[in-house]
Design a binder for this molecule. Structure first.
Ligand code: SAM
Ligand code: SF4
Length: 454
């Protein structure tokens, strides 16, 4: 077996893509290694969403150079592939800047990777494929051969037609494409047979899903979830990332009717100010967001909510920022992601005149993050002494154990909190791994809960 090392940056879609690239390469005789140094092939799966993405890539490539040289001296080869959104955005430029790279492949064309590797080895020529063919991609990907855990991602939708003025996704991932319902259902069924208990439906705009059903009619995310919920072994269903504009009534109602749908939603708003939302081309207002949250909480009173925020978007005033703080206070989130606005070349906002100074962005981000952390702690503390079902995903590595030598298991609560429990021995660990068990929470930490299995 040859050795493959993959380094992944960015979102869950990239994690999914890296797993599929691993499947593709396993099928042609590669096994994974954690060490880039030993690898016969290295894939860097890149993210272009914020700046420094290409700097990170080129410093990674710089570190690979001596390894690649060493391999050559010992008479073998190291193939280096750059995949993902930086590959799509920068293309041939990457070849010009780094001699180390053999393959450049985009997020919609990586199904051709084994073929590209064959050509590099045979023809001794660098290869590039940046085609947009999501349809072919899903048809050509092999079934997952890697060991599957308790929870698995299934991509249902890719790309985006919304063109928020700050975002590169419509340019790097192409226009919106939904997979057929039957194909997604078959993937879920196959994963269930392998022991998966939780399906995570993925898409850049997952709730815009409109794939064809078996009658050839346009389906919806709510209908898709309903279908997957009929698979007895699947006990939990989640979906991410949703857009407020596509938060339809039937999807909100699904949170009442489908018990397997977890009471947690990641629903990015980006800003609490209508002026900024307009400048971002989000096509929803803060009032629309409040209404959705109200309906979601009616549908599922224990709903946990998370969001993405951008601070320091061009033209953002102190007053606009205060609107964001106010929205956060009114909604009350469980955990969130927040970022400083980062101008992305080629997007409309990057050329806007009134860019916000870096020190103002820093101060706003610190203030927002302080509030979000307080809300996360408050949310977690609510669970002190409470009982909840936890899906146990893996054993904590020795180095991460919080308390001496006892074996610890890591799991997820229905609200996506990390839950840690101690077990007596390896037999007991195996009994719970990959399964859902009832846990009593003993201690709430800022970003995790410590409990005991009942
Ligand atoms: N489709 C999702 C939505 O509409 O909210 C989000 C997808 S994007 C891959 C993930 C997050 O990255 C966004 O929600 C946004 O907060 C952040 N992001 C995207 N572009 C950014 C930029 N130029 N600067 C800072 N953050 C950005
Ligand atoms: Fe980017 Fe906006 Fe599309 Fe989300 S909806 S992927 S933020 S353009």
């Amino acid at each position: 077996m040859k050795k493959l090392h993959i380094k992944t940056y960015g979102c869950q879609m990239n994690v999914f893509d890296s797993d599929r690239m691993q499947d593709l390469m396993t099928a042609v005789g590669y096994e994974t290694t954690d060490e880039a140094k030993d690898a016969d092939m290295v894939i860097i799966n890149t993210c272009h969403i914020r700046e420094k993405a290409s700097e990170k890539l080129f410093s990674d490539l710089g570190r690979l150079r001596p390894f690649k040289d060493e391999k050559k001296q010992s008479g073998s080869e190291m193939i280096v592939a750059v995949a993902g959104c930086v590959a799509q955005a920068e293309g041939e430029e990457i070849f010009k800047r780094s001699k180390v790279v053999d393959i450049i492949v985009g997020p919609e064309s990586y199904q051709t990777l084994p073929d590209l590797v064959g050509k590099v080895l045979r023809d001794k020529k660098r290869q590039i494929n940046l085609d947009f063919t999501p349809n072919d991609k899903f048809d050509l990907l092999p079934e997952s051969s890697a060991g599957t855990g308790a929870s698995a991602f299934v991509t249902v939708q890719e790309g985006c037609d919304k063109f928020c003025t700050f975002c590169v996704v419509p340019y790097t991932r192409g226009s919106e494409y939904s997979r057929e319902e039957k194909k997604i259902y078959d993937d879920a069924l196959r994963l269930a047979d392998k022991g998966v208990k939780e399906i995570y439906l993925l898409g850049q705009n997952v709730n815009a899903y409109h794939g064809l059903d078996e009658k050839g009619q346009s389906s919806s995310l709510a209908k898709l979830i309903e279908k997957i919920a009929t698979i007895p072994q699947i006990e939990r269903i989640r979906y991410t990332t949703s857009h407020p504009r596509d938060m339809s009534d039937d999807l909100i109602l699904a949170h009442t009717n489908i018990k397997k749908l977890m009471p947690f939603l990641h629903l990015p708003i980006q800003s609490g100010s209508n002026n900024i939302l307009k400048a971002m081309n989000r096509k929803h207002s803060r009032q629309d967001y409040f209404k959705i949250i109200e309906n979601l909480r009616k549908a599922r009173p224990d709903m946990g909510l998370s969001s993405d925020f951008i601070v320091g978007f061009p033209t953002e005033t102190d007053e606009d920022f205060e609107q964001t703080m106010d929205l956060v206070r009114q909604v009350g989130f469980t955990q969130c992601y927040s970022f400083k606005y980062s101008p992305r070349p080629g997007t409309p906002a990057a050329d806007a005149k009134m860019q916000v100074a870096e020190d103002i962005k820093d101060a706003r981000l610190a203030k927002l993050q302080k509030l979000l952390t307080e809300q996360q702690i408050t949310f977690n503390k609510k669970f002190n002494n409470a009982q909840m079902p936890v899906l146990f995903e893996r054993e904590a590595p020795k180095s991460a154990r919080y308390n001496g030598e006892k074996i610890q298991l890591w799991g997820k609560s229905p609200w996506l909190q990390s839950v840690i429990v101690e077990v007596g021995d390896e037999n007991e660990a195996q009994k719970y791994l990959g399964k859902i068990a009832q846990v009593k929470i003993l201690h709430a930490r800022p970003s995790s809960l410590v409990g005991e299995i009942i």
